[in-house]
Design a protein around this ligand. Sequence first.
Ligand SMILES: Nc1nc2c(c(=O)[nH]1)N[C@H]1C(S)=C(S)[C@@H](COP(=O)(O)O)O[C@H]1N2
Ligand SMILES: [Mo]
Length: 418
Amino acid sequence: MQVPPDRNHVPSVRPTRRNMLVAGAGLALAGPATAETLADIPDRAPGAPLSGHSERSSYVKLSRIPEAGPGMRHVDPADAINSKAPLQELVGTITPSDLHYERSHSGVPDIDPDVHRLLVHGQVERPLVLSLDDLKALPSITRTVFIECTGNGWENWKAADPTLTVQNTHGLVSNNEWTGVPLRILVDLVGRSSGSTWMLAEGGDGAGVARSIPLTDEIIDEAFVAYGQNGEPLRPAHGFPIRLVTPGLEGNLHIKWLRRLKFGDRPWMTRWETARYTQLQANGTARQFQLRMETNSVITSPSGTMKIKPGRNLIRGLAWSGHGRISRVEVSTDAATTWKECRLVGQALTKAQVRFELPWDWDGRPTKIVSRSTDDAGHIQPDRATLIAQTGTNALFHYNAQQTWSIDLSGEVHNVLD
Ligand SMILES: Nc1nc2c(c(=O)[nH]1)N[C@H]1C(S)=C(S)[C@@H](COP(=O)(O)O)O[C@H]1N2
Ligand SMILES: [Mo]
């Protein structure tokens, strides 16, 4: 058996070279090649008292950015309309609950879960009023899905501000594990009439955000009323005590502080689907009910305002699609001339984010890097020219064009259009 040397032992071979290239694995690692004693690593440390609630390390600074709208960054949080997730700092695919992006139209109501009720009514046999306990007593599902604001990417519709980070350009999407009651169970419970093909979902906040949702088989099978988020009750910012989750569809449909589901035979044409959340087309007409979030991806590292060094770099990013599962992510390191397929890290789930990685040797010359995703329904994330040709530049929402980052001679990374 090999006895580990103690920390008083003077190592016979002192590492002299840093940034060794570890042969065989082909990986460039910073650090000594032959460190072999405990003297080479920091000593053990005494601990702080245990607590009922743990915090992040004091060395880790993670924060969302409250913003007031496209191009309106750095505002007083009181004037913010959304708060963006720090995609560049995150690893894996689950967004920590306190960093899940937030979009709240009239602030975050403080709702007593014992008092809160969900009314389920309209064209049904048995209208019902359900408490949180009633909902929790029903069979549950747990599912990991992304939620993405329709406005994600809107910073880049018109022009590219080179000072933007990926948090600014793409921080209106997050990926959480949600738990709740399948819509199918509620539909059966109230006895929805066969003629009711639409459902109104209404929130209990001051704005009373309310959306009409077509009751396709897909939506009845997949939507659910969530009370759990990443293993705990919903955070108030995300709808405590209950929210609707509609996998793959516009963030706006994921109604928070849910108070009512109403069944009917036509959309209600609320202001949230007439004045707001419509997409202005090139010819000046507006498209309504563009509900699906498209195939998307973004390189989170290296990304806007980072600085890289020549040599081996690991390109990493996130991909997601409201149509289904991501089947492929490709990255170009020569301005969309040639493409390489990336490794998907972990399992790609349907309508959830997946991480991708690609090792890359940067030769130190200015270039552009860009990613594009493909989902299992065959949708390929468009380049900007294709998206603009289809939609025009009047649009504000559903910007899913490939994101290009330019890298200059000094290794600085900047947001560019293409
Ligand atoms: N009741 C209510 N539901 C709401 C909203 C709201 O303001 N009020 N915002 C919507 C919008 S526009 C989005 S993008 C998502 C954001 O969910 P999140 O804040 O949990 O990320 O919630 C949707 N549900
Ligand atoms: Mo949104």
